[in-house]
Design a protein around this ligand. Structure first.
Ligand code: CO
Length: 482
């Protein structure tokens, strides 16, 4: 098909923001191509399943209740199941049939500012990520404790406190990093006049074995971080927070965050294991920008190298706008950058790796915190304009080669996940799996690509019986749950 000027229509894109209220459980039988026999395991996805409560629309998709989708691959077959996380808020609103809570990203209870004034009760929506770790399936949301789910039934078991290491309401971010040495590292942000960053390390039994706190001056809006063998690295992007409109019920918390383009980004480097008692937190500075997601980081001699998806500024959540009418051309794209942090001179150098708008990067799990060659991410169809994510980009950081597979004009893509082939030797020997919303049929597909050559097209395209609203993050485990 000839693709003129735009690779999409706004109307097609908007279809992926309809709620999915139904919960399904079935073997997928409408398949183009063949599911590789060697592909065995379970893909878990999380994201907002509800974009409205009984037709009262949420102001922003990030306020939508978490819904887990599970796709299990076994012997060339695939099984689908989805269930909502039964959070306190989901159950209460389901029963009431109306919005009862304010959302972080702009959803207000009906009734204007009088209904919202001094209401600090934020709904825990458990909608950002889902991981299977230490025999626990955990739905994550960055501002509070995880919800544990039964991986076989997706039934909600309750909040997870890791044997009392977390307290009620304590944050546990949605972006853990799994060190190939077998440790899961995660963080939490506790905002205030100064910010507390907590770092957790969990063993393979799912127990927290280390917890350290650091106080950082100023307000932080930190969604993701990176690890290396010796460090955890955080980007404190220049934003400030004015709580008054939030307290008065005029604005949500997210709307009170303002980008400060004349202030530097601070890069906070915290030793995972201090080599000496004098080893302290180092803070480096670079130009203003906003990062939601990092790709990876690693150490080379006296440098830390970090690859990240960086925006020129933070697109603010406005009170009187409709996210479904997003003017993509007016927003700055997320682009792939490489940062070189010199730990001796405290200098930071950065370089743009690729112009194309991209988000949701993924790499081989064995290379987290280590030098690596390949990354994959969701990306815009055209190389030079900001647009919805419709393609998958593969970047070879060594040769600078690029590969692109696109689902345009009517396909819209979520976070891809790289799944290595068992016992593979080569870094890109495996598959890239993603959910694609197909606006033509208002349904979603699971696509499987050969990671070595994504330009060959899909190995298999699994048509679901329904759509899945655009999701956030997920993960793959070689264990199979049906
Ligand atoms: Co994220």
């Amino acid at each position: 098909m000839q693709i003129s000027e735009k690779s999409y229509t706004l109307k097609d894109w908007q279809g992926g923001y309809e709620s999915l209220t139904q919960e399904f459980d079935y073997w997928i039988d409408d398949i183009e191509g063949e599911i590789p026999l060697e592909l065995a395991g379970t893909l878990f996805r999380n994201g907002p399943g509800l974009l409205d409560i009984n037709k009262q629309r949420l102001h922003h998709p990030f306020d939508g209740d978490g819904m887990i989708s599970r796709i299990t691959f076994t012997n060339g077959h695939a099984h689908f199941r989805n269930r909502f996380v039964q959070t306190e808020g989901y159950l209460a609103e389901n029963k009431a049939g109306k919005i009862l809570y304010r959302g972080v990203f702009g959803t207000q209870k009906p009734g204007g500012w009088l209904a919202n004034i001094f209401d600090f009760k934020i709904k825990h929506i458990a909608n950002t990520n889902v991981i299977y770790w230490g025999k626990k399936l955990l739905a994550l949301w960055e501002a509070a404790e995880p919800y544990a789910l039964n991986p076989h039934t997706l039934e909600t078991l309750g909040n997870e406190y890791f044997n009392g290491v977390l307290s009620k309401g304590e944050a546990f971010s949605a972006h853990p990093r799994i060190d190939p040495n077998g440790t899961l590292v995660n963080f939490a942000i506790k905002p205030g006049l100064s910010t507390t960053i907590t770092i957790f390390e969990l063993n393979t039994n799912g127990e927290i074995i280390k917890k350290q706190n650091h106080s950082i001056p100023g307000f932080c809006f930190i969604h993701d971080f990176v690890i290396t063998e010796n460090y955890c690295i955080f980007f404190q992007n220049p934003v400030n927070f004015n709580p008054i409109p939030f307290a008065l019920g005029i604005s949500s918390a997210g709307q009170c965050i303002k980008f400060q383009k004349d202030q530097p980004t601070k890069i906070i480097i915290i030793p995972r294991i201090a080599k000496s008692e004098n080893e302290k937190v180092q803070v480096l500075e670079t130009q203003a920008g906003f990062i939601f997601h990092h790709v990876n980081a690693f150490e080379v001699e006296n440098e830390i190298i970090i690859d990240s998806i960086c925006y020129k500024s933070l697109t603010e959540v406005e009170p009187n706008t409709d996210y479904r009418e997003t003017d993509f051309d007016a927003n700055s794209p997320g682009q792939l950058w490489r940062f070189h942090l010199n730990l001796e001179t405290n200098q930071v150098q950065n370089q743009l790796i690729d112009h194309r708008a991209c988000e949701f990067p993924t790499i081989h799990p064995n290379n987290v915190g280590k030098s690596y060659r390949y990354l994959y991410s969701a990306a815009a169809h055209h190389a030079t304009v900001n647009a919805p994510l419709q393609a998958i980009l593969k970047v070879d950081l060594e040769s600078q080669n690029r590969q692109l597979w696109s689902a345009a004009p009517q396909g819209f893509i979520g976070e891809p996940i790289f799944v290595p082939r068992a016992n593979s030797q080569q870094e890109d020997d495996g598959w890239v799996i993603a959910l694609v919303y197909d606006a033509e049929y208002h349904r979603s597909d699971v696509v499987i690509l050969d990671a070595e050559n994504i330009e060959k097209g899909t190995i298999a395209k699994l048509h679901l019986k329904h759509h899945i609203p655009y999701g956030l993050h997920g993960s793959f485990t070689p264990e199979t749950f049906i």
